[in-house]
Design a protein around this ligand. Structure first.
Ligand code: MLT
Ligand code: MN
Ligand code: ZN
Length: 298
């Protein structure tokens, strides 16, 4: 078996339902009338045996329990070759703490993201003599897992919430927010769970891609404000919205991407309700709404 991509978690930070959220969708997810979704993570293999996990969410324990392909194959053997984090956000790194159990794997990130982790002593719980830190430069292809090549590229984004200063640049292009190009086992995909804006570089990279997993945080920029859940817009959080003239649905329309999958969806995003008009609109535009446990092979 060749390339497989398995969505471990389709929701953004907080998940669906979010523990303290009484919005309509979180309540529906609690009641079981729409499917709950765990936080942002994707597992990928090129050979059906050795896996890489892209982003370690706070829900990783539950996600690994639910994913048979990642279950232990021996007393202390797991088919996990590596973990790669695409930014330092809590929803993408907190799960690393769950992976402490003297279990060997390689932890890949840019130098900038490794610095953020190293500055926080709690991550030393991942014993460096067991979990090797590998620093990856942008644009330098590397082996993420047996048979699986990866290359990181900069995506407009911001520093993690807990590192924000007085002023915040929300579309920084550098090492703090990256996308991943994956290739191997007869498959190819781009993984971009956080993106502030579709700039020319990104559009060129996306053009004609066979499979893309893309930031689906919000349907509209002021969705959380309108729902009375906070003052932050998508732009302020460093996330492009799905709808509207500057949104991802419009932005991808002429890029010729064969399969487009939304991931990292906030619990307020109406596409998480399978019966919503917005879900129908996104699907009519050729998008797949990711969900926990969904497997996509190119
Ligand atoms: C984001 O994607 O904007 C962050 O994960 C937000 C957060 O840290 O809660
Ligand atoms: Mn996030
Ligand atoms: Zn909610």
């Amino acid at each position: 078996m060749g390339f497989r991509a398995h969505i471990l978690g389709a929701a953004a930070g907080g998940g669906l339902p979010q523990w303290n959220c009484g919005c309509a969708q979180c309540n529906m997810a609690r009641a079981g009338t729409i499917p709950p979704q765990t936080q942002s993570s994707l597992a990928v293999t090129a050979n059906g045996r050795d896996w890489a996990i892209l982003n370690a969410s706070p829900d990783i324990r539950q996600q690994l329990t639910a994913c048979a392909a990642l279950h232990p194959t021996g007393l202390r053997e797991v088919p996990l070759a590596s973990v790669l984090v695409t930014n330092g956000d809590i929803d993408h790194v907190a799960g690393l703490l769950t992976l402490r159990e003297m279990q060997a794997f390689t932890l890949f990130a840019t130098a900038g993201i490794h610095e953020v982790l190293a500055a926080n002593p709690i991550f030393a719980a991942l014993n460096e003599s067991v979990v090797a830190r590998e620093t990856v430069a942008l644009g330098q292809p590397f082996d993420l897992a047996p048979g699986l090549r990866a290359e990181l590229f900069a995506v407009p984004g911001k520093v993690p919430l807990y590192l924000e200063g007085e002023t915040v640049e929300t579309d920084l292009v550098g090492e703090q927010t990256v996308g991943v190009h994956l290739q191997g086992g007869g498959g190819e995909a781009l993984y971009i769970p956080g993106c502030a804006v579709l700039n020319a570089d990104l559009r060129a990279r996306l053009r004609g891609a066979p499979l893309v997993f893309f930031d689906g945080t919000l349907w509209r920029d002021d969705e959380m404000v309108r729902a009375g859940l906070g003052a932050k817009t998508g732009k302020r959080m460093g996330h492009i919205s799905m709808s509207g003239p500057d949104g991802s649905i419009a932005g991808f329309a002429d890029l010729g991407v064969a399969r487009k999958v939304f991931v990292h969806m906030n619990n307020t995003n109406p596409v998480l309700d399978p019966g919503s008009a917005e879900r129908a609109e996104a699907e009519a535009a050729g998008w797949i709404i990711g969900q926990d446990g969904m497997e996509v092979s190119p």
